[in-house]
Ligand binder design. Sequence first.
Ligand SMILES: Cc1ncc(COP(=O)(O)O)c(C=O)c1O
Length: 444
Amino acid sequence: MMTLDKRLQEQNESISDRLHHLIPGGCHTYSKGDDQFPENAPHAISHGKGAEVWDLEQNRFIDCSMGLTAVSIGHGYEPVAKAVAESAYLGTNFQRPALLELEAAEIFLDTVQSGDMVKFAKNGSTVTTAAVKLARAYTNKNKVALAKEHNFFSFDDWFIASTACDFGVEPGAAELSVKFSYNDLASVEQLFADPDHDIACLIMEPTKFDPPTDDFLNKVGDICRANGVVYILDEMVSGFKWHIKGAQHHFNVEPDLSTWGKGMANGFSACALTGKREIMELGGVRNSGERKLFLISSTHGAESTGLAAMIETIRQFEQHDMFADNWRRGQILQDGLRKIIAQKNMTAYLQVLGDPCLFVVNCLNHDLKVDSNFRTLLLQEMIRRNILFQGLFYPTWSHNDAIIHEILEAFDASLNVYAEALDNQSTSRLLIGEAAKPVFRKFI
Ligand SMILES: Cc1ncc(COP(=O)(O)O)c(C=O)c1O
């Protein structure tokens, strides 16, 4: 009889060929690609419910990262799906603004953001790019300061030119970015050593897997204000994890502009740019005689199903106090993982990093070095036990006690294989196929 691993492998090969034949990259986000997973990962998903997904052979997996953390309540969550269906029957796109756009703006600014204005869009890259454009117009400067530890802000040239994937970008784009280090105030101060600097804005995520230290976020805000620079916090990931008002509320900091996306519509497409009226209004058309800035202008930007999903997602989060509950579930999971690691005397090799609402497992090898072979081996062993794991845990309302228990059991068993690799000082004979590769790399 064919083993599950073998069957998955054969099924994957044909699906993968068809995907890559028709779609460059085989998917629509590089971080979902084949080269990001071990060979035994399902190459396509047929459907999902709650925290579970099924591959094309109807093998069930527990989902740990929920659509790059966009699915904040659960797959196919009925109240949100119903709100979407209802809005679809009322029409999705009109020749004038829909009333829903106003309702969405009021709810978003009341509940999520205390900013003055909001512009919705379908993708995160659209809103971060719009934030940079506003900053350039507001300051009459050109450069963007980026936190070098934060690996993604947009697929547009202003950011991609600063990565190893600079093939095809506009010539000169790379010269328009400068970098600083998160939690390193001196590196931020250094950017402004020259009073004639050409920096329009500074952008970073409020937190990733390390919290801000020594009031870093507010101190950066002070430096931005002192140097006439627009301060942008990208809450694309953190926004719907730390608090309904974002990580900026959790860490008590107020940027000039903020960008939002993943999670705000339980996987439907809704992103937002918010901020101070003085800057946002540059994209308006009511100040006659002033220069017109072409901000976000997009046919599908305010299409109704995404906004309806967003409104219902916000309502559900509030009604069930989901943020507090996600932290609670995440804490149980973190404690469980740490306990297993400690029981197996592997604390030097596996680190659980981040707050309970979103965290990663960092994988080190026998020499205590971060190692993608070891990381891929852990992913492989979790997937072998039906846990679709990419190194990240995003606990949601759907990750109930039984699901958490299953994850912990699989983790316990997977670490036995990891321990074998540590003993062997190698993953060879244990890792099938190649290690996952970095998304941002010069060559394929
Ligand atoms: C911090 C951050 N900003 C912006 C983006 C871009 O969002 P999108 O993929 O919706 O364009 C991402 C996506 O991963 C992100 O993680």
